[in-house]
Design a protein around this ligand. Structure first.
Ligand code: SAM
Ligand code: SF4
Length: 379
């Protein structure tokens, strides 16, 4: 029986976080010293993950994306990919990675059954890489992208979190990549996940990048569907004392750029873009610059209503099934998995989770997700 939620949406996509650990500390995702991580014993084993995905496939899930934390830091990830790849019914197996270790494993992942890959990359400038990711370097990620292409992990999608005064001056450079390369660049709107009220991360950024604080713009371009009051409520997700040096709610207000503002800037430079069909696009809306090989997409989960078509569930690394990225409710699978639950029991828990899938996020009403960092949710 397919999984159908209370709003008649068919749920056929599972995002599987295989670890909450990461080798980066992106300023919008994790504190500098790392987010709290689950004890190893609380992480699902590969056998448990494979079992859950098999049950999900029996329930009609056909698409699986492996994510994290950083999925490539988990040991024997290639083995997990090949086991999931051989589950009947999984027709689309993909991964989201920061790309840092990809160079070493791209070929093996492709051989193991991975179909395609999304690589997160927020800058094309070597000197700006560490200020944003606070670990790693650009050259390794670029090598990872080349290796993924050589291994046939296509279409390659680059996920860019665009931030005003941080990397918005690179939006056009990212778009230029699409002119001659078969790459789908997707700009993701900054999301308010687990913001704290400390602003140290941004101080790090300005200090390390040599940019002046005055490049921060305090006015917001509001998008058409939302009023200023609702936008302020949307962004005002802090309220907890800062303990973990991430972007805070006020920093986010200043950094947020809507997809429509980015699109306007891109079309001013390159002329009107045509809508483009990208297979397996999910919530991104994609366009093509005239004559370009690749595409430019926008994931505008904040500025527009993309929830209506949501088809996904998330499995956290510590074994909880989550119906919505932007809402804290979860169903525990790990407990039942470790205390003799049958596959039918697990399938029932999928049904239960799907029944509780909200129609849309309610950030504007102050219902921001606070229980986990993005690295613990898988993005
Ligand atoms: N470590 C992998 C990576 O970075 O691709 C996979 C996990 S990461 C949490 C998944 C995606 O979430 C990345 O593309 C990242 O840029 C995005 N992300 C993390 N925090 C975000 C935030 N606050 N707003 C928007 N996107 C975010
Ligand atoms: Fe960056 Fe991904 Fe790691 Fe978060 S999980 S810090 S987005 S690399």
């Amino acid at each position: 029986m397919p999984l159908i939620d209370s709003f008649n949406r068919t749920i056929d996509y599972l995002r599987v976080s295989v670890t909450d650990r990461c080798n980066f500390r992106c300023i919008y995702c994790m504190p500098e010293e790392g987010a709290a991580i689950a004890p190893k014993k609380d992480l699902l084993t590969y056998e448990e993950i494979v079992r859950v995905v098999r049950v999900a496939a029996d329930c009609g899930v056909t698409k699986v994306r492996i994510t994290g934390g950083e999925p490539l830091v988990r040991k024997d990830i290639v083995e997990l990919i090949s086991q999931i790849g051989s589950i009947d019914g999984i027709r689309d197996l993909s991964m989201t990675t920061n790309g840092f270790l990809l160079d070493q494993v791209a070929e093996k992942l492709a051989q193991g059954g991975l179909h395609r890959i999304n690589i997160s990359l927020d800058t094309l400038r070597p000197e700006r890489f560490a200020p944003i990711a606070r670990r790693g370097e650009l050259a390794s990620v670029l090598a990872g992208i080349d290796a993924a292409r050589a291994a046939g992990l296509t279409p390659i999608k680059l996920n860019v979190v665009a931030m005003r005064g941080v990397n918005d001056d690179e939006v056009l450079d990212f778009c230029r990549l699409t002119l001659n390369e078969d790459v789908d660049v997707r700009f993701i709107e900054l999301m308010p996940i687990s913001w704290s009220t400390g602003d140290d991360s941004m101080r790090d950024f300005y200090a390390l990048s040599g940019k002046s604080d005055s490049s921060r713009v305090s006015t917001l371009t509001l998008y058409p569907n939302r009023t200023e009051a609702s936008f302020n409520r949307l962004m005002d997700t802090g309220g907890v004392m800062a303990t973990d040096r991430m972007l805070d709610a006020s920093a986010m207000r200043k950094l947020f750029i809507s997809a429509s503002e980015m699109r306007q800037g891109i079309e001013r430079e390159f002329g009107p873009m045509q809508a483009a069909e990208v297979v397996t696009n999910g919530p991104a809306k994609s366009f093509r610059i005239d004559g370009a090989i690749g595409t430019v997409g926008f994931i505008s989960q904040i500025s527009s209503d993309i929830c209506a078509n949501c088809n996904r569930l998330r499995l956290t690394a510590d074994g909880h099934l989550r119906p919505c990225l932007m809402a804290d409710g979860e169903v525990d699978l790990r407990g039942p998995l470790r205390s003799g639950a049958t596959d039918r029991d697990i399938a029932d828990l999928f049904d239960l989770t799907v029944l509780h899938k909200p129609f849309e996020h309610r950030l504007e009403d102050g219902h921001a997700p606070r229980s986990r960092h993005m690295s613990q949710l898988g993005g």
